[in-house]
Design a protein around this ligand. Structure first.
Ligand code: NAD
Length: 352
């Protein structure tokens, strides 16, 4: 397939790009190269014949029209977004611009091209979103349930509200204009190339640096964790096999309290890079984030039963791979830590 992947220089987008190129798809990586981007994430495929890069902003309609006209894609995988919850609390404006207006602009460019091309049936606009659009669940997995694709939207942060709005736009473009879309909502990702301001890298890097490991509140918040390579695999599966106009929840089947996740990472580091004392002694509780959702959990029944997809690694296996990757790739994360505006954020981590 000819794929345009937006946000392909980011964390998840780059995993999608690497896998899609390896599978032989023709991949155009479209990215505006914001602070969160890193072209080193796709260095392993940069010279491949079936890969190209376009620096462009999804809010720029003329640039989007030009990409569709030049590449005539079979599908768009739309991952470009502002993605950091804490940044959305400090400055929601760019989240509204990129996640809502940017998605609208991309949808309109896709629709115009799709109409001009004679409404090809196989075309897909795949919108990649988050389980945070569903709001917060109660703490008990037995009685408080999980998110299904039918759970009503109830976003609670500027980030999740902007993603919810973009999901609604994508569904509306399907219902109103017939644009062939598919949507996915997934849980928290972790893995190689995760930007150093996010929770899992913060824990690893602060532990190694001998700094406090910050934990919001009492660390009781529960998240489901999905290994990024599994997410990329799921996205390529949904793109090729998912039902038209349907949405799929993607989870890692790994529901865990933040404090327990951090304990797992510290224990892996104790094994791989033993220090003078257990890394868990560096854990430091900080004031909770406003509107911090209690629990997210994914019911993966639809993707498992309709598409036969399941994650390939357990949380323990994925975390071991991730910790090893950060130990082996110090030059990658040091370069990003040195970027302006990132270093001072490392003391207080986001959970997604
Ligand atoms: P990221 O912040 O690592 O990467 C986002 C990429 O989008 C960056 O390369 C950035 O340069 C690019 N971008 C931002 N604004 C742009 C614009 N206006 N035009 C073009 N490119 C632009 O994000 P991520 O963690 O890889 O998340 C990717 C997608 O997956 C997002 O849509 C996010 O909402 C969703 N998601 C993420 C998670 C998670 O745990 N990280 C979970 C569920 C869903």
């Amino acid at each position: 397939m000819k794929l345009v992947v937006t946000g392909g220089a980011g964390f998840i987008g780059s995993a999608v790009v690497r896998q899609a190129v390896a599978q032989g798809h023709q991949v155009v990586n479209l990215d505006a190269l914001t602070y969160a981007a890193c072209l080193d994430n796709v260095a392993s495929v940069a010279d491949a014949e079936n890969y190209s890069f376009v620096e462009a902003d999804i809010r720029d309609r003329a640039a989007m029209d030009a990409v569709f006209a030049e590449h005539a894609p079979d599908a768009v995988m739309h991952l470009a977004a502002e993605s950091h919850v804490d940044r959305s609390i400090d400055g929601p404006g760019t989240f509204i611009d990129t996640n809502i207006t940017g998605t609208y602009t991309l949808l309109e460019a896709a629709r115009a091209w799709w109409v001009r091309a004679g409404r090809p049936e196989g075309f897909r606009f795949h919108h990649i979103s988050t389980d945070e659009v569903f709001g917060s669940l109660g703490p008990d997995p037995e009685t408080d349930g999980q998110f299904t694709e039918d759970t009503p939207y109830d976003p609670r942060s500027p980030y999740s509200a902007s993603k919810a709005a973009s999901d609604h736009l994508v569904r509306a473009w399907h219902e109103t204009y017939g644009l062939p879309v598919v949507l996915t909502n997934c849980s928290n990702n972790y893995g190689p190339y995760h930007f150093p301001e996010k929770l899992v890298p913060v824990v690893i890097l602060n532990a190694l640096a001998g700094k406090p490991i910050p934990v919001y509140g009492a660390g009781e918040n529960v998240r489901d964790w999905l290994y990024v390579e599994d997410h990329a695999d799921a996205l390529l599966t949904v793109l090729q096999k998912g039902g038209l106009g349907r949405s799929y929840n993607i989870g890692g089947e790994n529901e865990v309290r933040n404090i327990d996740l951090i304990g797992m990472i510290c224990a892996i580091l104790d094994e791989k890079r033993p220090g003078d004392r257990p890394y868990a002694e560096q854990i430091s509780f900080v004031t909770d984030r406003p509107g911090h959702d209690m629990r997210y959990a994914i019911d993966p029944t639809r993707i498992r039963e309709e598409l036969g997809w399941r994650p390939s690694v357990t949380l323990q296996q994925g975390l071991e791979k991730t910790v090893q990757w950060y130990l082996d790739n110090e030059s990658w994360w040091r370069a990003l830590q040195d970027r302006a505006g990132v270093g001072e954020r490392l003391g207080v981590s986001a959970v997604s």
